[in-house]
Design a protein around this ligand. Structure first.
Ligand SMILES: Cc1cc2nc3c(=O)[nH]c(=O)nc-3n(C[C@H](O)[C@H](O)[C@H](O)COP(=O)(O)O)c2cc1C
Length: 263
């Protein structure tokens, strides 16, 4: 019989029952007071259980990260979010681990899917590292707060017109001065998806990195899609397995270094 000598066992047994232990509606105090938190605010739901509060907050337009130490509760929370059609980030964690977790921010932009697949591969590689929380954000959705709160970065962008894409540039324009002198020394990696070149985009990110005084952990990884005609350039891209593996390895290396504190 589980007892509170073993809280994880106790709560896992409770959450193993059919249905939702506390229902699927938010806590009444939270529902009453949540107007104080603005839409788009970043919210952390601690000991979130089966997700009734986190999912409801995501429905109100908040950017939600939630954790609970019971894996079966987190699974139910993920299912509740999927059923209700909202995005929230769910982790299996407790307060001590959550505080110790390092954050790897992966910012990407992509017009035809190549750089997005590269960024997602980096996420896969980094996600094997239990001590690192991986945050994947579209460049348009990433802001200064995301940059300041991260411990390391991956920037993934297409090369368009011999430069990083406009949306990626806009991300750096919005975050550069807010983060200047506040993120020095943090590690980063660059992923470029290009038709046939990619060098200028890589140089631009290196220059921004020098300004921020962040440290590249490797040479920029450039994948060329070899599209030549207008039709081919505008067509959806499929990045090959070998190149995706290289992106995964980049994500894994950055995450492992963050976890070990070697950067
Ligand atoms: C407007 C535009 C400009 C481009 N300019 C370049 C370029 O200067 N150098 C290059 O190597 N590829 C160039 N390309 C090709 C893209 O880099 C290539 O299609 C890549 O797959 C885009 O990445 P994405 O699939 O993530 O959007 C250009 C594509 C577009 C649409």
């Amino acid at each position: 019989m589980p007892t509170f000598d073993n809280p994880l066992q106790t709560w896992t047994a409770r959450f193993a029952k059919e249905g939702y232990l506390f229902g699927q509606d938010p806590d009444s105090f939270l529902a009453r007071e949540a107007y104080r938190i603005g839409r788009g605010a970043e919210v952390l739901c601690v000991a979130d259980g089966e997700g009734r509060n986190s999912v409801w907050l995501a429905e109100q337009g908040m950017r939600v990260t939630a954790f609970d130490f019971a894996p079966n509760a987190v699974e139910k929370a993920r299912r509740l979010a999927a059923r209700r059609g909202v995005n929230a980030e769910f982790q299996i964690s407790d307060t001590r681990r959550a505080q110790a977790l390092k954050v790897l921010l992966i910012v990407f932009h992509s017009m035809t899917g190549g750089a997005r697949q590269m960024a997602e591969a980096a996420v896969r590689g980094a996600s094997d590292e239990p001590e690192v929380k991986v945050k994947l954000l579209h460049a348009a959705a990433a802001g200064p707060d995301d940059v300041l709160k991260a411990d390391g970065y991956v920037f993934a962008t297409p090369e368009n017109l011999a430069a990083i894409s406009g949306v990626m540039k806009d991300f750096f324009d919005r975050t550069y001065y807010a983060a200047l002198d506040r993120i020095s020394g943090r590690p980063y990696a660059t992923l470029i998806c290009a038709g046939s070149d990619g060098q200028n985009a890589a140089r631009q990110i290196a220059r921004i990195g020098t300004g921020w005084r962040i440290k590249p952990i490797a040479e920029p990884l450039i994948v060329c899609t070899h599209a030549q005609t207008t039709e081919a350039i505008l067509a959806p891209k499929l990045i090959g397995a070998n190149d995706l593996r290289r992106c995964e390895e980049m994500g894994a290396a950055l995450a492992a270094g963050l976890a070990l504190g070697v950067f």
